[in-house]
Write a protein that binds this ligand. Structure first.
Ligand code: NAD
Length: 297
């Protein structure tokens, strides 16, 4: 283990279990989160408490971040008490979904402080974060990749996308737009089935061995919609953010994204109706309400 001391900022649904995996693997981890509950949970697991992102960057050469939105990533990196001015930091490794524009802007801001940015958005949800089975999309210079690969191998399977900041974010946005689309379209198909009198559990089982299978029918429906728990672990606000960033990015590049724009509108409705902190599986509730049925197994 070359880099034994690490920092971690943002100990939420994803960052909490990921930081605990690093502690279990033997890293000395300095951690910060403004939420006392999130911070104390990781400190109880063996993390060292810091009072700000700057204190984390004073303690460790590589600092990982898992933060909710692009503006928070920018604030934590370059804000008044941010990572950039830390005494020890050499690399900021961001696991958040920020979109390529934020990645490029923060990478440039950090470079003025001789800090290297690494894009590392992840996919696989809270279960993947806890079990170390995430897909990790990485963009950074090759020598930096060689240094950080053993660290992120603790979370799952890394994929090197390229050297330019933001490249990995483009892959991640495309993936998350597809995941949200699968949830919307599967809700429509299952609502139709229920209204006709089909058991949604039977219909899901059939789809999952047929050509319509997708991440919603395989994972979200069995875990959080058929049982009516709506607790998959990803908020509507974050899914909305991802699809919004995806559609905006495509638009800026002159790539048509008609379906993506529709999915964004359905997430806007879900957020208005069930709140930003609701689980994004509440998309199914919106479709259920319009269809006048409930999709429960
Ligand atoms: P979360 O809201 O559960 O966690 C974010 C954490 O950041 C919270 O603990 C919050 O207190 C902390 N935070 C907020 N402002 C902060 C600040 N100024 N300084 C330091 N910490 C701050 O979100 P999450 O679900 O863990 O997602 C984190 C990131 O990972 C997001 O970018 C999300 O899009 C991405 N992601 C989430 C999932 C998922 O399934 N939840 C999957 C893949 C990627």
């Amino acid at each position: 283990m070359t880099d034994k001391k690490l920092g971690f900022v943002g100990l939420g649904r994803m960052g909490g279990p990921m930081s605990e995996r690093l502690i279990n693997a033997g890293y000395e981890l300095t951690v910060y989160d403004p939420s006392e509950a999130a911070l104390n949970a990781v400190v109880a697991h063996g993390g060292r408490k810091a009072g700000s992102p700057r204190e984390v960057a004073d303690a460790a050469p590589i600092v990982l971040t898992s933060l909710p939105t692009p503006d928070v990533v920018e604030l934590v990196a370059l804000g008044p008490d941010g990572l950039a001015g830390g005494a020890a930091i050499e690399i900021m490794l961001d696991l958040s979904t920020t979109g390529p524009n934020t990645a490029k802007r923060v990478a440039e801001g950090l470079s003025k402080h001789a800090v290297q940015w690494v894009d590392c958005p992840v996919s696989g949800g809270v279960t993947g974060a806890a079990n170390g089975t995430l897909a990790e999309m990485v963009s950074c210079p090759q020598p930096v990749y060689a240094r950080i690969e053993p660290i992120i191998a603790n979370f799952g399977r890394p994929f090197f996308v390229g050297e330019d900041p933001g490249l990995a974010q483009v892959v991640k946005l495309g993936n998350n737009m597809l995941a949200a689309a699968a949830l919307v379209l599967s809700s429509e198909a299952l609502a139709m089935g229920v209204k006709a009198g089909v058991d949604p559990k039977v219909m899901t089982d059939i789809i999952n061995v047929s050509s319509g299978r997708n991440s919603a029918t395989q994972d979200k429906f069995p875990k959080a919609i058929l049982p009516g728990t709506f607790d998959f672990g990803f908020t509507t606000a974050l899914s909305y953010k991802d699809v919004r960033l995806c559609v905006e990015e495509a638009e800026a590049m002159g790539v048509p994204m008609l379906g993506g724009a529709l999915i964004r509108q359905i997430l806007t409705i879900t957020k208005a109706k069930y709140g930003p902190d609701s689980d994004f599986t509440c998309i199914a509730k919106v479709i259920e309400e319009w269809a006048g049925v409930e999709i429960r197994g």
